[in-house]
Design a protein around this ligand. Structure first.
Ligand code: ZN
Ligand code: ZN
Length: 346
């Protein structure tokens, strides 16, 4: 099969390799759509502490089961021919963090990862997932939208952990795919939602269905006029830029919540006025990943059209064009890019 290998920062090579060898209990998935995530693009640009090259990037996969375990162990599980979306990892359920209802911190999370990675024609889903990484798709949901289940699940984790309630005012900082997904989900949860960004082509799409947009290049991001001078109940920060983070921290109300949602590399620091934390009782928190329950519900949100995604998918690429897809993601061209290893209609 073909796979797009990340060789070193700034270099992708398409290689012909053998299918991932299957062990007893493994699944093999033919990848029909694979989302390009900011993490993939940043890894391509400057490397990643946990992803050592050569490696195949991509973790947002939807496809068809082409090999499934037979017998009693997989009686109700996904079978050959099933259309599925793949959770890129599954918590073990046994470690300290799993036992304390924090499965996103599970120490064994990446022991269940797909192999070799989503930018390939096929991926192996290991037996130790017990089929829990595979979710069947309803007939009327295409692979392209289904491949967005993982980012929607991450957004859902961010929204739920930030305890967003109906009627609250939420400020999302960032007009990338994750910022827009967070904003749309916060609307589904009944909040009034404002979003701040810097790119007109993205703000135009983001504005659909939200309560207000700030073009941070041309206006001050200030929620006080909309909240009787208080500021936002919850601020979700979906970019890693210091200046943008400062808009967020400045706009939270006393007693509110700031969620550092975007991935931030080790060593990232930010000056905080601790008065805001102590007397102001502002909660600063972060969220990463998703729980299996959130993944399942993210798929429901998409399948039932409670969240609209079609306008976020702005480009399709072949596997051969993976490097271009990563470059376009880094350049903030469009919004969400998908790799379609088998091309055609999805
Ligand atoms: Zn992702
Ligand atoms: Zn665990």
């Amino acid at each position: 099969m073909k796979a797009a290998f990340y060789i070193e920062p700034g270099q992708i090579e398409i290689r012909e390799v053998s299918l991932p060898p299957l062990e007893k209990g493994d699944w093999l998935i033919k990848v029909m759509a694979s989302g390009v995530c900011a993490t993939d693009a940043k890894t391509y640009l400057r490397g990643h502490p946990f992803i050592k090259p050569p490696a195949v990037l991509g973790h947002e996969v939807a496809g068809v089961v082409v090999a499934a375990p037979v017998g009693i162990n997989n009686k109700d599980g996904p079978q050959e021919g099933d259309r599925v979306v793949v959770a890129p990892y599954i918590p073990c359920g046994r470690c300290y963090w799993c036992s304390n209802e924090q499965p996103t911190q599970c120490t064994a999370l990446f022991a269940t990862s797909i192999e070799p990675g989503g930018f390939a024609e096929y991926v192996r889903v290991p037996a130790n997932t017990g089929g829990r990484a595979l979710y069947r798709l309803p007939d009327d949901l295409d692979y392209a939208e289904a491949s967005l289940t993982e980012p929607v699940a991450c957004a859902l984790h961010g929204i739920e952990a930030s305890r967003i309630k109906a009627g609250q005012t939420v400020l999302v900082i960032g007009d990338g795919p994750m910022g827009i997904l967070l904003a749309r989900l916060a609307k589904v949860f009944g909040a009034r939602v404002f979003l701040s960004g810097m790119l007109p082509h993205r703000l135009k799409i983001a504005a659909q269905g939200l309560d207000g947009i700030f073009d941070a290049c041309h206006e001050e991001v200030d929620l006080r006029p909309y909240t009787c001078g208080r500021g936002a109940d919850v601020v979700l920060i979906a970019v890693g830029v210091q200046e943008a983070i400062s808009y967020g921290v400045r706009n939270v109300r006393r007693g509110g919540i700031v969620n550092f949602f975007a991935g931030l590399p080790k060593g990232t620091t930010f000056p905080l006025d601790l008065e805001q934390v102590h007397y102001g009782e502002v909660t600063f928190m972060g969220t990463f990943g998703f729980t299996p329950g959130q993944f399942a519900r993210a798929l429901e949100f998409i399948a039932s059209r409670q969240i609209y995604l079609a306008d976020l998918i702005t480009a399709h690429y072949s596997l051969m064009e993976t490097e271009q897809a990563l470059k376009d993601t880094l350049a903030c061209n469009g919004l969400k890019s998908l790799i379609l290893p088998w091309g055609g209609e999805v």
